[in-house]
Ligand binder design. Structure first.
Ligand code: ZN
Length: 161
């Protein structure tokens, strides 16, 4: 039986709850699962590392302190919305790579959108929180060469381009 490991394209349903107040931070149903390429930082690492070894049909539930990293050390910054590609889903938790001051690629996360301004920072908007990840492994397959080269999964729930 296949199990989750590097190079597998995996479909999972997923619910993320903030343990402090029960707020549902993210939910993806079995009808619209998360499709990701394991081993390429497509998911937050605290979740991805706990999914290793699971097989299709298995349900999971993990409670993780600082599931999205330790509490923020920097203030989010505002960026005009027009500087982002129109196709991007600018919502809290969306991440992207940007060129830093020294030309190095840095990962930034969207914290929120207010009118024409987008707040972003180098830390996840849900950092510093204890969260519970739950869901089910819906399926998996080996990644295609193209997916491995791109570093993400293609198809419904994955990347379209
Ligand atoms: Zn691609």
């Amino acid at each position: 039986m296949q199990t989750i490991e590097n190079g597998k394209v995996v479909a999972i349903s997923l619910t993320v709850v903030d343990n402090a107040n029960g707020q549902v931070l993210e939910t993806r149903s079995e009808e619209l699962p998360v499709l990701y390429l394991h081993g390429h930082d497509n998911l937050v690492s605290s979740l991805e590392e706990r999914l290793v070894g699971l097989s299709e049909g298995e349900e999971f539930e993990f409670t993780v302190e600082d599931g999205y990293g330790p509490a923020a050390t920097s203030e989010p910054q505002e960026v005009p919305k027009r500087e982002f590609p129109k196709a991007w889903h600018l919502e809290p938790g969306f991440s992207f790579l940007a060129s830093g001051a020294n030309g190095k690629q840095v990962r930034l996360w969207v914290h929120g959108v207010k009118g024409s301004r987008v707040t972003v920072s180098g830390e996840h908007p849900w950092c510093g929180r204890t969260v519970t990840f739950s869901g089910k492994v819906l399926g998996m397959r080996s990644a295609t060469l193209e997916e491995r080269n791109h570093g993400h999964a293609h198809g419904p729930g994955g990347h379209h381009h």
